[in-house]
Design a protein around this ligand. Structure first.
Ligand SMILES: Cc1ncc(COP(=O)(O)O)c(C=O)c1O
Length: 396
C-alpha cells in the first residue's frame, strides 16, 4: 500500500480496533450513520437477506437489531421493530394495518394522546374511528361496521385502571376479520404477553417501564414477521428512527425490567392498601385491591403483580391538591410513568386531556381530585412516610 500522510492516517486508521481474542461484555453503541460495504457481491448478499444488513443507520444498526430482538423475545412475538417514541410506534402500526376507507374501534379509556391521534389526525387520512367502552358488550358489538379492520386498546387504562377483557375483545374482532392492537405500556411484558392471548399487534412506549429510568425515549411494535417488515419499511421512510444511543440505553435497562417491575408492583400494592384505609382519600383505583371492579379479571390475565400505577381521589378542592403536591419530599410531581423513582401526576390538566372533545375527560374518569402515582423501587416505608407527612400537613 502507498505510504499515506498524517491527515489521511488520522481519518482512516483508527475507525476499528483489533480486539484480539477479547469480546466486549456489553454491546457497544454504534453511532455510525453508515456502514462500509466490501463490494457489489456483499451488497447483493445483504439485499437478498444472506448476511447481516447494515448500510444506513435510519434503516438499521446493531443496536436496533439487539433491542428489537430482545423485545420480540420479551413479548413472545415473531418479530419487532423499534422507533423514536411510543406515539411513533402507534402511528406506524395503525398506518400499516389499515388504509383510507377503513374503520377502527378504539377503547375510550386509552391514553389521551392516542385518542388525539384517532380523533384529530386519522380522519383527515380517510380512516374513521369510533370511541367505544369495550367493557360494554352491546356498545362493542354494535360498533363493528363492514369496513372495521382494527380494534385498539390498552389493558389497564389510564388513569382509572379499568381492566379490559382482552380474550373477549380478540374473539369478537377476529370473528369479524378485524385485527387487535394492544398498547402494553402499563402492563409490561413482565405481567402479560398479549400475543399469547391472540392479539395481533403489540405496541409500547419504551420510554416508560421498559427503559424505566426516565432518560430515553422510544417505541416498539411487535407482531408477525410479514407485518413487522411492512411497519419497518414505513419507519424508514417516515424517518421515525430511534437513535442508537437510546436503543442502547433501553436495551441495557431491559436487563433489569423483571426485577424493577416486580418491586414496583409490590410497592404499588402496599401503597394502594395504605391509601384505601386513609380517611383523607375518597377513592383508590388499583386492580390489585379486591374491591376494584376489574380485580378478578386482572387476577386471571396478569401474572406476577397488578402493575406499578395507581390513582386516588382527594376530593375536588384545588387547594388540597396543591398543598399535597407541595408537601411531598420524596415523591416528585413529574408528568411521566414507569421510572425507578416514584412520581406523581395530575391528569385533569394534562395538555392532551385539555384538548379532548367535551365530555371525553369525564367519560374516562378524570376528575379534579384525581392524582396518579407511578410507583418506583424505593423502600416502601419512605413512600408511605412521605405521603403520611403530606397528609399531616393537610390537616394542620
Ligand atoms: C399508554 C401510553 N402509550 C403511549 C404513550 C406515548 O409514548 P411516548 O411518550 O414514548 O411517545 C404513552 C405516554 O405517556 C402512554 O402512557
Amino acid at each position: 500500500m502507498r505510504k499515506r500522510k498524517k491527515e489521511t492516517k488520522i481519518l482512516h486508521d483508527w475507525e476499528s480496533v483489533d480486539l484480539g481474542r477479547n469480546i466486549p461484555d456489553a454491546l457497544p453503541i454504534y453511532p455510525s450513520t453508515a456502514f462500509s460495504i466490501d463490494d457489489l457481491d456483499h451488497l447483493e448478499k445483504m439485499e437478498t437477506g444472506h448476511t447481516a444488513n447494515f448500510q444506513y443507520a435510519r434503516s438499521n444498526t446493531p443496536n436496533h437489531t439487539a433491542l428489537s430482538g430482545a423485545l420480540a423475545t420479551a413479548e413472545e412475538g415473531e418479530a419487532a421493530v423499534v422507533c423514536s417514541a411510543g406515539m411513533a410506534a402507534i402511528y406506524a402500526a395503525v398506518t400499516s394495518a389499515v388504509k383510507p376507507g377503513d374503520h377502527v374501534i378504539v377503547s375510550d379509556y386509552i391514553y389521551s394522546e392516542t385518542l388525539n391521534l384517532f380523533l384529530d389526525y386519522f380522519p383527515d387520512m380517510g380512516i374513521t374511528c369510533d370511541l367505544v367502552d369495550l367493557d360494554n358488550e352491546k356498545s362493542y358489538l354494535e360498533a363493528f361496521q363492514p369496513n372495521t379492520r382494527l380494534v385498539v386498546t390498552e389493558i389497564l387504562t389510564n388513569p382509572t385502571l379499568q381492566v379490559i377483557d382482552v380474550p373477549y375483545v380478540v374473539q369478537e374482532a377476529h370473528r369479524r376479520d378485524a385485527l387487535v392492537m394492544v398498547d402494553n405500556t402499563f402492563t409490561t411484558p413482565v405481567l402479560i404477553n398479549p400475543i399469547t392471548l391472540g392479539v395481533d399487534i403489540v405496541v409500547h412506549s419504551c420510554t416508560k417501564f421498559i427503559n424505566g429510568h426516565n432518560d430515553a425515549t422510544g417505541g416498539v411494535i411487535v407482531g408477525k414477521n410479514d407485518f413487522i417488515q411492512k411497519v419497518k419499511e414505513r419507519i424508514v421512510i417516515y424517518g421515525s428512527f430511534l437513535s442508537p444511543h437510546d436503543a442502547w440505553m433501553i436495551h441495557r435497562s431491559m436487563k433489569t425490567m423483571g426485577l424493577r417491575v416486580t418491586r414496583q408492583c409490590e410497592n404499588a400494592w402496599a401503597l394502594a392498601k395504605y391509601l384505601q384505609q386513609h380517611p383523607q382519600v375518597r377513592k383508590v383505583f388499583y386492580p390489585g385491591l379486591t374491591g376494584h371492579l376489574g380485580h378478578d379479571r386482572a387476577s386471571r390475565m396478569l401474572t406476577g403483580g397488578f402493575g406499578g400505577i395507581l390513582s386516588f381521589d382527594l376530593g375536588d378542592e384545588k387547594e388540597t391538591i396543591q398543598q399535597f403536591i407541595r408537601s411531598l419530599k420524596t415523591i416528585r410531581f413529574v408528568p411521566t410513568l414507569g421510572g425507578v423513582k416514584t412520581t406523581l401526576s395530575y391528569p385533569a390538566v394534562w395538555g392532551s386531556v385539555l384538548s379532548l372533545p367535551p365530555g371525553v375527560k369525564e367519560t374516562i374518569g378524570i376528575t379534579d381530585g384525581l392524582l396518579r402515582l407511578s410507583v418506583g423501587i424505593e423502600h416502601i416505608d419512605d413512600l408511605i412516610g412521605d405521603i403520611e407527612d403530606a397528609f399531616s400537613d393537610l390537616s394542620s
